[in-house]
Design a protein around this ligand. Structure first.
Ligand code: KIV
Ligand code: ZN
Length: 506
C-alpha cells in the first residue's frame, strides 16, 4: 500500500470562504483537533497577508508539535521571508510557494511571459530553501495550464529543490477523467518527479472536487489537499472526510493508506462548523446529520434484515456511535454521562452537574433528547460563559413589520433593561441589545436552523456581525424559542466585541 499524506487547509483555503474569519484561539482549537484526526500537514495561513495570519502561523508553529506546519506565500521574496519567520518555531516547517501558470492568468493577471514565470518560480523555490528543507510548489490554475509547459516548469522547480509538487484545479474546472490524465501525464513526463511528493488540490465549482482528487490519487498522487466539511472559496475545496472514507471503503481500488483516525471525523466536522458558523447540510456525505438515516420503508426493512444492504459505512467508523437508549426528562446523570462518553465527551463532576441542569431544562420542553441536542448543549456549554448574559427577551408585534423588544441583560454582574423598536422581533431584540451594551454592529449574516426533530426542536441561531475595524464576529445561540435563540446568538457575538473593547473606548 502506498502512503497517502493528508494536507489540511481548513485554516487557510477554508478560511478564505466568504464570511469566515478565525482568530488565533479558534485556529488553535481546530488545529489540536486536526492532530487528533491524524492529518500529516496543517496549512495554518498566509503570513504575509496580515499580522493576524502571521500570528496564527507563528503560534501554531510553536504550539502544535509532531506534525508539519505549512505557510502559504506568493512567489515573492518578501512573502517568503515573512513566512519563514512565522514558521520559525515549527518542528517540521513547510513553505508553500508558487504563482499562476495558465495562459489566462499569466497574460491577464501576472502580465508575465511564460519564461519569466519559470524564472520567478525557480527563484522562489531557491529562496525558500534558504530557510527550510521542505518546499511545496503550486502552479496556480494548473489544470488550465499547458501540460508541456507545466512539465518543464516542474523539472526546473525540482532542480531548485522543491520537495512537493502541487497540482491545483484552482477554479474547479476539471472532470475526473481529465484530471487523472493530467496527473498521469506529469508522473510520466517530468524528470525527477519520483523524488517528490505529488499533491492534488481541487476546488468544487462543478461539484467534482472529491472525484477529481480520487482520480489524481489513482493516477499516482500521494498527497491530497482539502478542508473539513469542504469549506473554501466559492463552492469550496475537496472535503477531506469524503476522500478519506472513499479510499477506506474502496481500499482495493486505490492501493493507498493514510494515517487518519476516521473516528475523529464527526467531532472534527462539528468543531469546524461550530467555530466557523458554517452549518453542515443535513444530506452532506459522511458528516451530514442524515448521512446514516434510513427513511423509506423498503430501506428500513433492508437495514433491519442486514445493515450492509443500504449502509456502506458503519457510522461508528466516522465517530457516530449507535444509540440504544433514548434520553428524556426521566434520565439520570449516569445515563447522560454514558451517552456523552459514547459521543466522545469526557465530563468531570462540576461540568456534568451544570450540563445536567441544561439537559433537564431542555428535556422539560422536548419529549426526547437526541444526539444532535447533546452536541448542541455541549457546544454551548462554553458559550454560556459570556461576560454578558441574556436574562430575558420579550417581544410584542404591532402590525406586520413593526415590533418592540424588551431585553434584560446581565452585564458584568449588573442587571440592565431596555427596549427598542425594530423591523420585526429579531431586529428589535438586536437593537435593544446593542443599545444596552453600547456597541453598534453591522449584521453580515443571520441564520436559524432546527436541531433534531419535532415541533419542539431546538433552534440554533448563528449571527455574523462586523464591528468598527471590519473584524467579523460569529455568535451562536440555542433555545426552543427562536427569538431567544437569535437574541442569545447576538449577545454571544457582542460579548466577544465587548471583551476586546472593554479596556478601550467602545
Ligand atoms: O486553489 C489554489 O490554486 C490554491 C493554491 C494557493 C494552492 O489554493
Ligand atoms: Zn485552493
Amino acid at each position: 500500500m502506498r502512503r497517502l499524506y493528508t494536507f489540511d487547509t481548513t485554516l487557510r483555503d477554508g478560511e478564505q470562504s466568504l464570511g469566515i474569519t478565525l482568530n488565533v484561539k479558534e485556529k488553535l482549537e481546530i488545529a489540536n483537533q486536526l492532530v487528533k484526526l491524524g492529518v500529516d500537514v496543517i496549512e495554518a495561513g498566509f503570513p504575509a497577508s496580515s499580522p493576524g495570519d502571521f500570528n496564527s502561523v507563528n503560534i501554531l508553529s510553536r504550539e502544535i508539535k509532531g506534525i508539519t506546519i505549512c505557510g502559504l506565500t506568493r512567489a515573492v521574496e518578501k512573502d517568503i521571508d515573512i513566512c519563514a519567520q512565522a514558521l520559525q518555531p515549527a518542528d517540521a516547517p513547510r513553505i508553500h510557494t508558487g504563482l499562476a501558470t495558465s495562459p489566462i492568468h499569466m497574460a491577464k493577471k501576472l502580465r508575465m511571459q511564460p519564461h519569466e514565470v519559470i524564472d520567478t518560480a525557480v527563484l522562489a523555490v531557491k529562496h525558500s530553501k534558504k530557510y527550510v528543507n521542505d518546499v511545496e510548489f503550486y502552479p496556480e490554475d494548473a489544470f488550465r495550464s499547458d501540460r508541456n509547459f507545466l512539465a518543464k516548469l516542474f523539472e526546473q522547480v525540482i532542480a531548485a529543490g522543491a520537495t512537493v509538487l502541487n497540482i491545483p484545479d484552482t477554479v474547479g474546472y476539471a472532470t475526473p477523467w481529465e484530471f487523472g490524465e493530467l496527473v498521469s501525464f506529469l508522473m510520466n513526463n517530468v524528470k525527477g518527479i519520483e523524488k517528490t511528493i505529488v499533491s492534488v488540490h481541487c476546488h468544487n465549482d462543478l461539484g467534482m472536487a472529491t472525484a477529481n482528487s480520487l482520480a489524481g490519487i489513482k493516477a499516482g498522487a500521494s498527497q491530497v489537499e482539502g478542508t473539513i466539511n469542504g469549506i473554501g472559496e466559492r463552492a469550496g475545496n475537496t472535503a477531506l472526510e469524503e476522500v478519506i472514507m472513499a479510499i477506506h471503503t474502496q481500499r482495493g481500488l486505490y492501493g493507498v493508506q493514510s494515517k487518519i483516525n476516521s473516528r475523529e471525523i464527526a467531532p472534527t466536522s462539528r468543531l469546524v462548523s461550530k467555530i466557523t458558523g458554517v452549518p453542515v447540510p443535513s444530506h452532506k456525505a459522511i458528516v451530514g446529520s442524515n448521512a446514516f438515516m434510513h427513511a423509506s420503508g423498503i430501506h428500513q426493512d433492508g437495514v433491519l434484515k442486514e445493515k450492509t444492504t443500504y449502509e456502506i459505512i458503519d457510522p461508528e467508523m466516522v465517530g457516530v456511535p449507535r444509540n440504544l437508549i433514548v434520553l428524556s426528562a426521566r434520565s439520570g446523570r449516569h445515563a447522560l454521562k454514558h451517552r456523552l462518553e459514547e459521543l466522545g465527551y469526557d465530563l468531570q463532576q462540576p461540568e456534568l452537574e451544570s450540563l445536567y441542569k441544561s439537559f433537564l431544562d431542555l428535556a422539560d420542553q422536548k419529549k426526547e433528547i437526541f444526539d444532535e441536542d447533546l452536541h448542541a448543549l455541549m457546544g454551548y456549554a462554553n458559550i454560556e460563559k459570556n461576560c454578558i448574559n441574556l436574562i430575558n427577551v420579550s417581544v410584542a408585534s404591532s402590525g406586520p413589520t413593526i415590533a418592540t423588544a424588551t431585553v434584560t441583560l446581565e452585564i458584568k454582574g449588573e442587571i440592565q433593561i431596555d427596549a427598542a423598536i425594530g423591523n420585526g422581533p429579531v431586529d428589535a431584540a438586536f437593537k435593544a441589545i446593542s443599545r444596552l451594551v453600547g456597541i453598534d454592529t453591522t449584521l453580515e449574516d443571520y441564520s436559524l436552523r432546527s436541531i433534531s426533530k419535532g415541533s419542539e426542536a431546538l433552534g440554533d441561531a448563528t449571527v455574523k456581525v462586523k464591528h468598527a475595524d471590519n473584524e467579523v464576529f460569529v455568535g451562536r445561540g440555542l433555545s426552543t424559542d427562536v427569538i431567544e435563540a437569535s437574541a442569545k446568538a447576538y449577545v454571544n457575538a457582542i460579548s466577544k466585541i465587548y471583551a476586546l473593547c472593554s479596556d478601550k473606548d467602545i
